[in-house]
Unconditional design. Sequence first.
Length: 223
Amino acid sequence: MPKLQSGLAVVFAALLVISATAGAYYYQEYRQASQTGGVYAGELTTATSRYASLAAGYNSSLALDNATLSLLAGTVSAINTSLPIYGQASVQLSQLWASYLRLEPASSSLYSSNILIDFGNGTQVWHNGTRVQPGWNMYTETVVLTQGRLQAVWYPAYGEHLISGIDGVQNSATMSWFLWTFAPSSSWQTAQVGADELPVYNGSVFAWTYCAVSPSFTPECTP
């Protein structure tokens, strides 16, 4: 009986040693994990701070680009088309707008418009979901859409442009470009004002058609 008790005591002591060793191991692992977690938490705080700084810089860049776009769009809309700077400003506006869209600005701040360009030879090109700035008119949108490949005659007395060519297709004695608006209730209608006075709104649908002109200067086609 004493031998049995002695044996149990040895086994119990051995278990205590094993338990203590395991406890010390897991405690050490816990301390290391806690230290590692602290390091990760610090790095996360630093990364969050850097992200906030980058986000602020990004938003500032967007705001600056937006202001530049507004200024350039206003210039293109009012400048005399006979001046050499007109073509340069039109191309720069289109390029800057493309760069601005690549920055992925908040979609809620932009409008989406659908535009059809009918070249009168069977070629019809839809530009659906074209993103534009609030406050733009149809003239500015057409400049951007064609990447500056838009010919127009400027009439300062009226503050309007008469479109004379789109993508190299020019008005002639018998053919001309016409601007159209679309509404579900009335379908296609010729625009009652020029492109400069036609504001673009979210969901707007417009069309440019190149077709024959009647003696009363009305289009002999519809989109």
